[in-house]
Design a protein around this ligand. Structure first.
Ligand SMILES: [Mg+2]
Length: 315
């Protein structure tokens, strides 16, 4: 059975025996924290290390065989984060607060600008900044699966009718456009799903005025070149995102090996906070960040040398 044929079943809650056969060893390595790693196919995790190794006598694995999906590890790890986003009024208030502040900064920038408004731009990320992918997250939790690039690809490609809006995003975008400011999206959604991305935004009442204003990922999740391209044509007055790398690649998590010791993990976590502090004046001014407790760059140093629970502040 193909992944393509499985996802609708999962979204319908009818997992049954199919998925349980595909889910293997709970000790398998955790999936990448990024939600939109590219290229998609290359990002599919290799078969779990604990899976039986093929011996020289064993038949070769058919090329079309798919690596199994992996269970969330530890089970239920993302449930509270998703409940916060999906059920708490506090999450909604945080988003409205962020976009209200963005509106204030935008109005001030327009009022003070010497150039025409359309030479000004606001740059927004898409996932968990404009688009709410709660249905995808719910599907994974209900099916007890860890993130898998193949599932995300199908979400991008075929389920654009299930995307929703982050609170405040649409009002801000419409406000910027009404003011004559150019709205540009820099997203790590895959370029090959451009048409679906555009269609999904339109369904939510957000028209992409110019294809060049929708900058998707072709070969890298690093947004620097795309930000630089925008800077050539516009004066960007605001960046809005949910992941620090939406603002600057300096926030990329330091590399931490899967078998790194606890000190390396702690150093990476500490370093990320230090870089945020180095830009203390930018937050709420030229950079507006939305909460995302579910996934993102922040997760990359975790699960390295320590169990998650051991990352908590000591008693
Ligand atoms: Mg995002």
């Amino acid at each position: 059975m193909s992944v393509r044929s499985i996802l609708p079943l999962m979204l319908a809650g009818a997992l049954g025996a199919v998925i349980s056969q595909m889910v293997v060893n709970a000790q398998a390595p955790r999936a990448p924290a990024s939600r939109a790693t590219v290229p998609a196919v290359a990002a599919v995790p290799a078969a779990p290390a604990a899976a039986p190794a093929l011996t020289p006598q064993a038949p070769a694995q058919p090329e079309h065989a798919l690596p199994p999906f992996r269970p969330e590890d530890p089970p239920g790890r993302s449930l509270d984060a998703n409940l916060f986003v999906q059920t708490s009024a506090e999450y909604r208030a945080c988003c409205l607060q962020a976009y209200n502040l963005a509106s204030l900064r935008l109005a001030a920038a327009v009022a003070q600008a010497a150039e025409p408004a359309d030479r000004l731009a606001v740059v927004l990320d898409l996932d968990e900044t404009v688009l709410d992918n709660g249905a995808f997250q719910s599907m994974m939790i209900r099916s007890k699966l860890a993130y898998d690039q193949r599932l995300w690809d199908l979400w991008e490609a075929e389920h654009w009718d299930k995307w929703e809006l982050v609170p405040g995003a649409k009002a801000f975008i419409l406000e910027a456009r009404k003011a004559g400011v150019t709205v540009i999206y820099i997203s790590n959604r895959n370029e090959k799903f451009r048409e679906q991305t555009r269609r999904g935004l339109e369904r939510l009442g957000i028209d992409v005025a110019d294809e060049g204003h929708l900058k998707l990922a072709s070969d890298t999740s690093n947004k620097t070149a795309r930000r630089d391209a925008v800077d050539k044509d516009f004066r960007v007055v605001l960046h809005v995102g949910d992941n620090l790398r939406d603002f600057d690649e300096a926030f990329r998590s330091p590399a931490v090996a899967a078998d790194a010791d606890a000190a390396a993990s702690a150093a990476a976590i500490r370093r990320r906070k230090e870089v945020v502090d180095e830009h203390a004046d930018d937050w709420g001014n030229r950079w507006i960040i939305l909460p995302n407790p579910i996934y993102g760059e922040w997760m990359k140093p975790l699960d390295r040398g320590l169990r998650d629970v051991d990352q908590l502040v000591p008693e």
